[in-house]
Design a protein around this ligand. Sequence first.
Ligand code: E4P
Length: 217
Amino acid sequence: MKFFVDTADTQAISELNDLGMVDGVTTNPSLILKSGRDILEVTKEICAIVQGPVSAEVVALEAEAMIAEGRKLAEIAQNITVKLPLTWDGLKACKVLSGEGKMVNVTLCFSANQALLAAKAGATFISPFIGRLDDINLDGMELIQDIRTIYDNFGFETQILAASIRSVNHVQDAALIGADVITAPPEVIKKLATHPLTDKGLEQFMADWAKTGQKII
Ligand code: E4P
């Protein structure tokens, strides 16, 4: 399973990238706002750090304007993935931009039928939002499972990019279901390494080691 990091914070991206934990990056208008940076400038910087797909989102709402913005974003670097909302206009833009050979990430997906349409429109990635479904008491993971089943039933090549990941359990569940990619904030990716029994075990080993009076170096 590929790991994308869901942030426009270049320092956090670099830190995880140095560890080989970053297969791509996703951004959105809210993350650009949080970064306080110019979208073109920060996206270019991210594309220089990470070799994999970097999603940059259009903000137009009509297909023609989305296509124009998508083409401009795609000029930033070869690894740009144009991010389009799952609306009828977004699907039209997806069809055109993917037909031009550009990578497209269709975002704000909340139903299996929406995911089916994105695949038919040629999306490279579909982004179902797990956390936002959980927020309204629906089961985000059930959506990932449904999309996996539908895509496998018909051999769609669109990759399932499990998004709006809020917890380490979301990552594990998405991996078990077979999502192709997860995108998560840097804090969640770092938390995957932690376990209370690891901390407890290490504490015990350190205490016992001190009692031996030995040194390795
Ligand atoms: C995905 O591409 C989105 O940027 C992101 O995962 C949204 O997450 P949120 O619901 O926590 O804002």
